[in-house]
Design a protein around this ligand. Structure first.
Ligand SMILES: NC(=O)c1ccc[n+]([C@@H]2O[C@H](COP(=O)([O-])OP(=O)(O)OC[C@H]3O[C@@H](n4cnc5c(N)ncnc54)[C@H](O)[C@@H]3O)[C@@H](O)[C@H]2O)c1
Length: 349
């Protein structure tokens, strides 16, 4: 280990050296955050398999180390931790390699593409004794975190109903949508929220409907662009989630927790601070870009990751949370395919 990395680990105030693997849509944003707005962390390297990508971003962010081979990033002693932002089918392999190199891992959702891979990733992190955090940024959004505190304090009473909604503005790149993505990649956030806000209750049964309602012609290619899910918890509570890949009015992310003593409702994509009044009426514009909605949450989740590595916070959004949301997504996929309710046990058995 280099002197710099040894000094960093022995000094709990030193910023954590973080490398980013996969500099695409979300990896670019994480790299920018690490370079500029994450207290407790500093960007020390970038890796992307495509020629020129890591190099160009490194130049823009004044980062001196870049490579096309993520193993070289893992071999760099300046790198104490990595952000994994490659496509989901590669997550498990990269997590295992990073854990075996002794690096703490922040992995974008979903944790993996199947349960065997999720277990492999969790096991590798546990055996190496490194932190594994999954990128469920809604947990770090102020409104969601406040709702969770209301649930935990008992202020909402006994939790009876929950609801979570994710609607993206536009299905403009249908070729990027893999079969099952609406469950594995999109509703996975809702599934996590529905556990995060359930006061410790765990889902036991899932019923899902899904179809291609936006791009009907794409259905034979496996496109599912609209989905609705109902679920039941071991506490008896019930929840619904729905998702659409095209809300013409903009990005729409909402949640509700309803209990015997009241309700918490969240609408992070309602820009209530700006209402444009015109002759035609009043317009509350919604953002069209998820990064605008969750800008603070994306920085907060990485700050939390750095705090965990330095022992200043306890892990939130763990590998086990990533696995639990995946189980719900797999149950929903099976339910949509078979047109019947699917018990969680059926997936985990
Ligand atoms: N939390 C969120 O809100 C959020 C938002 C967007 C994406 N994501 C997740 O982040 C992950 C990445 O999504 P994206 O949209 O940024 O994908 P993307 O396709 O835009 O980027 C992936 C990048 O990984 C690189 N890559 C592929 N194989 C590699 C390898 N072996 N080594 C190094 N680099 C490699 C590609 O060249 C590409 O630049 C997905 O799991 C996705 O679900 C999460």
């Amino acid at each position: 280990m280099s002197t710099a990395a040894t000094d960093a680990v022995s000094d709990p105030r030193a910023p954590v050296g973080v490398g980013v693997i996969g500099i695409g849509l979300i990896g670019t944003h994480h790299a920018d955050n690490l370079a500029r707005r994450v207290p407790g962390a500093r960007l020390v390297g970038l890796a992307d398999a495509q020629p020129g990508i890591a190099e160009r971003r490194a130049a823009a962010l004044d980062c001196s180390f870049w490579t096309r081979d993520y193993q070289q990033l893992l071999d760099n002693p300046e790198v104490e931790a990595v952000v994994v932002a490659v496509p989901a089918d590669l997550h498990a392999d990269v997590i295992v390699a990073a854990a075996q190199a002794g690096k703490a891992v922040f992995c974008e959702k979903p944790l993996a593409s199947d349960l065997a891979d999720a277990d492999r990733a969790i096991r590798a992190a546990r055996e190496a004794g490194v932190i594994l955090q999954v990128g469920f940024q809604r947990r770090f959004d102020r409104a969601y975190a406040s709702a969770r505190r209301l649930v935990s304090s008992g202020a909402l009473g006994q939790i009876q109903l929950l609801r979570s909604i994710t609607r993206d503005p536009s299905l403009d790149q249908p070729e990027r949508v893999t079969p099952g993505a609406i469950f594995r990649e999109t509703l996975i956030h809702d599934f996590d929220v529905l556990r995060f806000l359930a006061g410790g209750a765990e889902p036991v049964e899932v019923y899902a409907l899904a179809d291609a309602l936006i791009l009907r012609d794409w259905k034979p290619r496996g496109m599912l662009d609209t989905a609705a899910v109902a679920l039941r918890y071991d506490s008896g509570a019930m929840a619904t989630a729905d998702a659409s890949f095209q809300a013409v009015y903009g990005y729409d992310v909402r949640a509700e927790v309803f209990g015997s003593e009241g309700m918490a409702s969240i609408d992070v994509s309602d820009s209530a601070q700006l209402v444009h009044h015109t002759w035609a009426g009043s317009i509350r514009a919604r953002p069209r870009w998820f990064i605008d909605v969750f800008a603070d949450a994306y920085a907060a989740e990485l700050a939390h990751f750095a705090d965990c590595i330095r022992g200043r916070a306890s892990p939130e959004s763990t590998g086990e949370d990533g696995r639990a949301a995946m189980v719900m997504a797999l149950a929903a996929m099976r339910s949509a395919e078979t047109h019947r309710p699917v018990s969680i046990d059926e997936i985990t058995a």
